[in-house]
Design a protein around this ligand. Structure first.
Ligand SMILES: NC(=O)c1ccc[n+]([C@@H]2O[C@H](COP(=O)([O-])OP(=O)(O)OC[C@H]3O[C@@H](n4cnc5c(N)ncnc54)[C@H](OP(=O)(O)O)[C@@H]3O)[C@@H](O)[C@H]2O)c1
Length: 350
């Protein structure tokens, strides 16, 4: 099988580097183009990234000498994975979709557009069919699909088994989000050492609003949003990778703790959704008093799962628990790759 050629927009940033790293040996995709701002364009990838390389293993050899291009829709590839800064993502991603490229984006810009799928394959793979509406409405040969906010993805994966098995009425969540979630260079060291920042611009809105679209149902050409009230408080903490979220839920039924654990443990993607980057277990439940912890657990299932623990009754809602997830892998780069794999498996690319 010949591989699908891939360009990475924003290849030099935190998410872009993670995509470069994850696509080193991909069975379906081959990276043929790397692109970033005009500041990086013209340099080799190694020169452009310089000392900003932040993935725990070294830069893959295939990428080192590739020359970084500008983000213009004349790249030699069929699919682009976008890790662009949101200040520039709207226009650039639209120009690629208009020129016939398939765009799988990490940026927030198009997530809530009513004709753009906001995908978590284990939850709403059928929403890819919105692409047909998007192309018709916008007259594009290509299209855009997006992954959700990094905290949203991990919370929704953990909520999905509860949503399906017991019904979900209300959610409260407090996040403690890693520094790598803020891009590079992110939060100043003087601001975060010995400290916590109880504010991340726009984050609470995203965590409160995106799940209703993700859990929504696709009618002919629109998503009917799910009725899921969520209250979120988002904090930046001095952790390198891994967002931790304390979640409380009100369920539609009275259930025992063991039923909830069983729902977490038995949650598996449908067989037709077994994609190269799919985790075996999208939700991993850790039955231990002091887990999950970013330092110990963020790499489970290659960073592609949501790790859940500390399930216990809640005095205000029904139950509360802790969710941990890798913000750069399942929260961004790995999510955009998984969405691209879904596009191939459903015949939208390749
Ligand atoms: N970090 C996370 O955990 C995370 C999670 C989910 C979603 N996201 C989203 O993913 C995207 C990337 O995040 P990040 O953390 O990787 O940010 P980042 O480290 O700041 O990287 C931003 C990238 O955008 C490029 N860029 C900036 N201005 C540009 C321009 N005018 N034209 C073309 N390229 C330009 C940069 O290229 P240069 O190096 O050449 O400047 C760099 O490659 C953002 O939209 C972010 O919100 C991030």
């Amino acid at each position: 099988m010949s591989k699908i050629s891939v360009g990475i927009l924003g290849a030099t940033g935190m998410v872009g580097q993670t995509i470069v790293s994850l696509l080193g040996k991909h069975p379906w995709f081959e990276v043929t183009e790397l692109a970033a701002s005009d500041k990086s364009a013209g340099s080799t990838y190694e020169e452009a990234v310089g000392t900003r390389w932040n993935v725990s293993h070294s830069m893959p050899d295939y990428a080192r000498d590739m020359v970084v291009k500008e983000c213009k829709p004349d790249l030699d590839c069929d699919l682009v994975l976008s890790a662009l800064d949101s200040s520039v993502a709207s226009e650039i991603e639209e120009s690629f979709a208009g020129a016939g490229y398939a765009v799988s984006s990490n940026a927030k810009n198009h997530r809530m557009d009513n004709d753009v799928p906001l995908l978590i394959p284990e939850i709403n793979a059928d929403h890819v069919d919105l692409i047909k509406t998007q192309q018709k409405r916008r007259g594009w040969k290509g299209f855009i699909v997006t992954d959700p906010n990094c905290s949203t993805i991990h919370m929704c994966l953990a909520l999905k088994p509860l949503f399906d098995s017991f019904g979900l009425e209300k959610v409260m969540v407090t996040t403690m989000q890693a520094l790598s979630g803020a891009g590079y260079p992110g939060v100043s060291s003087m601001d975060i050492i010995d400290n916590l920042i109880p504010f991340i611009r726009d984050e609470e809105d995203k965590v409160e609003i995106e799940p209703s679209k993700i859990f929504g149902t696709l009618s002919k050409s629109n998503i009917k949003f799910a009725d899921l009230p969520i209250s979120a408080q988002c904090n930046r903490v001095a952790v390198r990778h891994g967002h931790t979220e304390c979640v409380s839920v009100k369920l539609s039924k009275k259930v025992d703790k063991k039923d909830i654990i069983s729902a977490f443990e038995n949650f598996k993607p449908n067989k037709s959704l077994k994609l190269p980057s799919s985790p075996e277990h999208p939700v991993v439940y850790l039955d231990s008093d002091n887990r999950p912890q970013p330092k110990l657990d963020v790499g489970l299932e290659n960073g592609m799962a949501s790790i859940v623990g500390r399930l216990r009754p809640c005095n205000i809602l029904d139950y509360k628990f802790v969710v941990l997830g890798h913000n750069l892998i399942r929260g961004a780069a790995g999510a955009a790759i998984l969405n691209a794999e879904l596009l191939k498996s459903r015949g939208f690319i390749g």
